[in-house]
Design a protein around this ligand. Structure first.
Ligand code: MN
Length: 289
């Protein structure tokens, strides 16, 4: 690893900086929405990104009672707090701090996501990733990993990278999803730590800073990202970042665009309006089993 980290011509630059939008979902959980807003409707294949982060039980205690999903994947990454999930097909579990659940909703399931705590901090992310037409009606599936199952790579001095999906320096995140070939890294940077991360050429990619702040270094110059800002990244084969004066945490997420028509409403994401209507009918007639 080079100590100077001069960005090459293939280093991705920041195309857009997106602030979060405060919103509520579920039974009144307070969230910050980063993708799926008027400012950034989607970033193919990413449909939505929510950050939940609060010390106040009244912001999260109502949780997400029973609701359906069809046609895409939800990825829940817990940082603090505990969340119990339970679906109508007999799957149940508790996500603990540092755990990830990659749920392929496929043809459909009904589940609840409820806090497994009465007080304390609840913090994490839920990302929605689209599925290609050929996989939308696949059987539901979970890839769920405890914190100790996620490799952490010291990628440069003071730069630790937790791998949920994608590979780095010979280590590999456990998630498998050939359709979108995702990268999902959680970066933990000491003040001033710098590193280069590979990002597949052609993938859509974003970086979201949730503690501290950092600079994105590209041939065109450097761009500062403050806490709670999401950067939509330009094209290229790597991302070069340098931590600011505080300890910094950020997620880097990338995926292969599907370039298919999207027909979405609430928890259903299909390709056509007819398929969307069918999803409503199937759900109402109890066929999400
Ligand atoms: Mn859900």
């Amino acid at each position: 690893m080079s100590a100077t980290l001069a960005p090459t011509a293939s280093a991705r630059r920041v195309l857009r900086l997106i602030p979060g939008m405060p919103t509520q979902d579920g039974a009144g959980v307070r969230l910050t929405r980063l993708i799926g807003t008027p400012m950034l409707g989607d970033l193919d294949p990413f449909l939505m990104l929510d950050e939940f982060g609060t010390d106040r039980p009244q912001d999260y205690i109502a949780g997400f009672p029973d609701h359906p999903h069809r046609g895409f994947e939800t990825v829940t990454y817990m940082i603090d707090g505990r969340m119990r999930h339970k679906d109508n097909q007999g799957n149940e579990g508790v996500l603990v701090p540092g755990a990830v659940q990659w749920m392929t909703a496929g043809r459909g399931l009904v589940h609840s996501e409820m806090p497994e705590q009465q007080e304390g901090r609840m913090r994490g992310f839920q990302l929605w990733i689209n599925l290609p037409a050929r996989d939308k009606m696949t059987a539901p599936k979970y890839q769920e990993y405890a914190p100790e199952a996620l490799p952490v790579v010291e990628a440069a001095p003071g730069a630790r990278v937790k791998l949920i999906a994608g590979s780095l320096l010979g280590a590999e995140g456990p998630i498998v999803q050939p359709a979108t070939d995702p990268v999902y890294f959680d970066l933990d940077l000491a003040p001033g730590a710098a590193l280069s991360l590979p990002v597949p050429v052609g993938h859509a990619a974003f970086l979201y800073v949730y503690e501290g702040g950092l600079d994105v270094l590209a041939a065109a110059g450097r761009q500062r990202l403050a806490r709670s800002q999401l950067a939509v990244l330009g094209e290229g084969g790597e991302l070069v970042v340098k931590g600011g004066s505080e300890a910094t945490r950020a997620i880097l997420v990338a995926g292969r665009p599907l370039r298919e028509p999207v027909a979405r409403y609430g928890p259903f994401v299909m390709n056509t309006r007819e398929e969307l209507m069918q999803a409503f009918v199937d759900y109402q007639e109890g066929r999400f089993v």
